[in-house]
Ligand binder design. Structure first.
Ligand code: CTP
Ligand SMILES: C[C@](O)(CO)[C@H](O)COP(=O)(O)O
Length: 373
């Protein structure tokens, strides 16, 4: 079927999943789950186009993983689907939840084998337990549990979604719009990952790689005569400060870059541009906290941070322990996993001339081990 696009819906917020990592970003080996789910379907059929729908905050990072068409999702599954369909120009479209990462080949073969039988071809599972509706038992032979991927006539799906009514799947929208549905046998291996407990049902997923990732960061700020001076999350002077768009905490900036480096997620300027008035005078501890939250949400755990502050003045010995403790609380580690060092340049260079401070930092991360969740 050469006239078929694939839409992978991955813009959900994983609220019910309940782990620190979003389900889309659980690592399987080194790949995130959304990529595993996509590669799996791509290996089963030569799709004309593959469209990945993601939250705005994850799009830039996602683009590092593959050459697909990426688009920003909406507040609901249906809004995300509508956004994706703007990129679909083939007569047929297969739509899958990224959260169904172990869809077997047989389901895809059944969908493709029934193409043209109706406006939408739907995998459905029979109910084998007794089924109740509210307080009364119902005939379970008449109950179907609907899965994805679903294979639709693109125009029928686009027409069906021109409504404010919110449907939970493509087939409900098409049927409500007067379209036809054809059911093929679903498969329990196509189970949707919704709660952490569902992980035990997805036996196709390998454990995350045990690799450790190290990033480095470097930053410099010039002194200013306006205090306070924030360094390593601690106030080290009231009368002097740094020239900067934010509060100028050069140590936290270097550490933020180190963490982003370890996650291969870019640099601090891509997250908090110094041209954005929102970050004027910003507390760098808050920015660091946001980056830590981001790297955790996309699959990592913090392991260790090491910071070297290169300053002729002020003298920092008395502040190092407070910095270690403050940084530990900002990144969610114990103080024993944070090291802060201070050194001078023996009066050489811009640091030695007391013009400013330079900091270099390194951070070590590993993948969150969901097999132990
Ligand atoms: N605004 C949304 C909501 C959901 N989805 C996608 O639709 C699929 C089914 O949604 P669900 O499993 O409910 O995912 P979440 O919305 O992330 O879960 P939760 O409701 O627990 O937050 C998922 O692949 C999800 O990423 C989406 O693309 N855009
Ligand atoms: C589309 C779907 O996966 C079919 O069963 C399901 O309706 C979507 O799940 P959600 O939890 O309502 O997003």
């Amino acid at each position: 079927m050469p006239d078929l696009s694939l839409v992978m819906l991955g813009a959900g917020s994983s609220m019910r999943f309940g782990l620190p990592v979003k389900k889309q970003w659980l690592r399987v080996g080194c790949d995130p789950l959304w990529l595993v789910a996509t590669k799996r379907l791509v290996a089963m059929h030569p799709f004309a186009k593959v469209i990945i729908v993601a939250p705005k905050a994850e799009l830039a990072y996602m683009r590092h993983f593959g050459d697909f068409t990426f688009c920003e999702g909406g507040d609901t599954r249906q809004e995300s689907l509508k956004a994706a369909l703007l990129h679909v120009n083939t007569p047929h479209v297969m739509v899958s939840d990224i959260a169904r990462a172990c869809v077997p080949q047989e389901v895809i073969a059944r969908l493709l084998g029934s193409a043209g039988c109706a406006d939408v071809i739907v995998p459905a599972c029979k109910v084998t337990d007794t089924a109740f509706f509210q307080d009364d038992p119902i005939n379970r032979e008449e109950v179907r549990l609907i899965q994805t991927p679903q294979l639709s006539h693109t125009q029928a799906l686009k027409n069906a979604l021109k409504t404010d009514v919110c449907f939970t799947d493509d087939s409900s929208a098409i049927k409500a719009n007067g379209g036809t549905a054809w059911y093929v046998e679903g498969d329990e291996r196509a189970h949707k990952l919704t709660f952490a407990g569902d992980l035990a049902k997805l036996s196709c997923l390998d454990a995350p790689s045990p690799f450790m990732f190290t990033g480095n960061g470097f930053d410099v700020h010039a002194f200013s005569d306006v205090g306070p001076m924030m360094l390593g999350g601690v106030e080290v002077s009231q009368t002097q400060g740094f020239k900067a768009h934010s509060d100028g905490d050069v140590a936290l900036h270097a550490l933020t870059d180190a963490i982003l480096g370890a996650a291969c997620a870019g640099d601090i300027g891509e997250f908090f541009p110094d041209t954005d008035p929102a970050y004027k005078g910003a507390d760098s501890g808050v920015l660091l906290g946001k980056v830590v939250e981001f790297v955790k949400s996309v699959g990592f755990e913090m392991v260790h941070c090491d910071i070297t502050i290169i300053a002729q003045t002020p003298k920092l010995g008395a502040f190092k322990d407070a910095m270690r403790r403050r940084i530990a609380s900002l990144v969610g580690l114990s103080p024993s996993q944070i090291n802060v060092k201070a050194t001078t340049t023996e009066h050489l260079g811009f640091v030695g001339r007391n013009e400013g401070v330079a900091v270099q930092a390194s951070a070590t991360l590993k993948f969150y081990d969901w097999t132990r969740a």
